[in-house]
Ligand binder design. Structure first.
Ligand SMILES: Nc1ncnc2c1ncn2[C@@H]1O[C@H](COP(=O)(O)OP(=O)(O)O)[C@@H](O)[C@H]1O
Ligand SMILES: [Mg+2]
Length: 266
């Protein structure tokens, strides 16, 4: 094992009834890289995220984060170890401001119930000046500095994704799992999100990204794994792997050959 190995997934299986959602998946994420996970709908990407972060239990296989097995650990224990995620669906309380959402983030990432979190909010506000400073810094970083006092409900879809990223960063995780960070986001904001991810990477933040947008994967990821029907069908440097015919066939042209259109889209 190399010293900079962050996350190791080995032979992970997950069945839902007769369906093999994950059928022996292995991958390794090292520090200093952005790792992409792609694959057609239903190939098992979300299930793998859920298994890694402890939201669902695997049937078989090993997941090790920074040398420690995650077997049987709850999502909050896993978050405390430095492995956090963003959620595809927005789960921020919309009637709270962007800043309030940021200040709640450490508790929520670490698994406290929303009720407890709200109860502790006053305490958080009183006690944690440091959190406030960090939240201000991070809101600038994710380009929401001027939105601190706006209600979260008033943010656009892309801005909510940036807020979700800012929240994950509040607990200074070693590795962040991003769930479709640009899905449904307008092109201008996609560029801003990519800029934020690149900047964070330059500052040493590690990411594992599930994303449908192949251009995004090609532009920000160093390595990728391609899932198809619960199995890794290709793994390697992003740009080369996305050009492979078997990948294009699985991902973009499930029936028959690879169209010119599909190739052009990558
Ligand atoms: N909780 C569940 N119960 C039953 N089947 C599920 C469940 N979650 C996912 N699946 C199935 O597992 C397969 C993989 O799903 P998923 O991981 O969501 O794929 P992806 O994220 O790549 O689109 C799909 O066939 C999906 O219908
Ligand atoms: Mg999914």
């Amino acid at each position: 094992m190399t010293t900079d190995l962050l996350l190791s997934v080995k032979g992970v299986h997950k069945h839902f009834g007769g369906l093999k959602a994950l059928d022996g998946v292995s991958l390794e994420v090292s520090a200093g890289s952005i790792y992409g996970l792609i694959g057609p709908n239903g190939s098992g990407k979300t299930t793998l995220f859920n298994v890694i972060t402890g939201f669902i239990a695997r049937d078989l296989g090993e997941i090790v984060f920074q040398g420690q097995s995650l077997k049987g650990l709850s999502p909050d224990r896993i978050a405390r170890l430095g492995l956090c995620r963003t959620f595809q669906a927005n789960i921020c309380p919309g009637r709270m401001t962007v800043m309030e959402n940021m200040l709640l983030a450490p508790q929520r990432q670490l698994g406290e119930s929303i009720l407890n979190t709200l109860r502790r909010f006053r305490q958080v506000r009183r006690q944690e000046k440091e959190n406030l400073q960090r939240a201000r810094y991070l809101l600038e970083l994710v380009k929401l500095g001027d939105k601190a006092d706006s209600y979260a409900a008033h943010l656009s879809g892309g801005q909510k994704k940036l807020l979700s990223l800012g929240q994950a960063l509040m607990v200074e995780p070693r590795l962040i799992l991003l769930d479709e960070p640009v899905a449904g986001v307008n092109p201008k904001l996609i560029e801003e999100i990519l800029e934020v991810i690149r900047r964070l990477r330059a500052e040493g933040q590690n990411f594992l990204i599930v994303e449908h947008n192949m251009r995004v994967i090609r532009e920000v990821c160093d390595l990728v794994s391609v899932l198809d029907a619960g199995q890794v069908i290709a793994q390697g440097p992003a740009v080369e792997t996305l050009k492979r015919d078997d990948v294009l066939r699985a991902y973009l042209a499930p029936r028959g050959g690879v169209s010119e259109e599909a190739r052009a889209a990558t």
